[in-house]
Design a protein around this ligand. Structure first.
Ligand SMILES: Cc1cc2nc3c(=O)[nH]c(=O)nc-3n(C[C@H](O)[C@H](O)[C@H](O)COP(=O)(O)O)c2cc1C
Length: 166
């Protein structure tokens, strides 16, 4: 029977949803039974053989990832877990910033040790945002536009297949 994999993600403006869907599609193409579900729709992860957790980075932290890990700690500790963060740091990193994002991802996952964890370049469309977020974007001088690298995302998903025990 094909391994059942849940790709559980958070998102504020939808770009992480696109990455999660692309990962689920690639896992399904490799023969796994994979589905992407927004984290707030996930009540239980029982019945899955592996989980991929995804979250966008806001103010240096993966959005709502740590509480999900805490809530499902026991079940997650019994299965392979892959994780990805989506942010704009990879587009134009200053010294040490990418390391900080990686560290924030590890710390949100702790004490879980993921079979793979990575940070993808995301997307930012100021026309979708409220005033508060637009102001932050202007203040931190963040790049805008869609920087998601679909080939890098698909390639990471293919590498995950054997790591998820499939
Ligand atoms: C208010 C705000 C704060 C952000 N903070 C960070 C950050 O600290 N690090 C980072 O890499 N990206 C940061 N970003 C960029 C987002 O992570 C990026 O746009 C991501 O693709 C958004 O995902 P979503 O569309 O799924 O919400 C920020 C974006 C906004 C609007």
């Amino acid at each position: 029977m094909a391994a059942r994999i849940l790709v559980a993600y958070t998102t504020k403006y939808g770009s992480t949803a696109g990455v999660a869907d692309a990962i689920a599609r690639e896992l399904a193409a490799a023969g796994l039974e994979a589905r992407a579900v927004e984290q707030k729709e996930v009540t239980s992860i029982e019945g899955y053989d592996g989980v991929v957790l995804g979250a966008p980075i806001y103010m240096g932290k993966p959005l709502d990832l740590a509480p999900f890990v805490a809530r499902h700690a026991a079940a997650l500790s019994r299965m392979p877990v892959g994780a990805f963060a989506v942010g704009l740091t990879p587009v134009n990193p200053k010294a040490g910033q990418l390391e900080q994002v990686r560290a924030a991802l590890s710390s949100a996952l702790a004490p879980l040790e993921p079979v793979a964890a990575t940070v993808f370049a995301g997307a930012l469309d100021t026309s979708k945002m409220g005033l508060a977020d637009r102001t932050v974007v202007r203040l931190i001088g963040s790049p805008t536009g869609d920087h998601r690298d679909w080939e890098a995302i698909a390639s990471w998903a293919r590498e995950l297949v054997p790591l998820l025990g499939a």
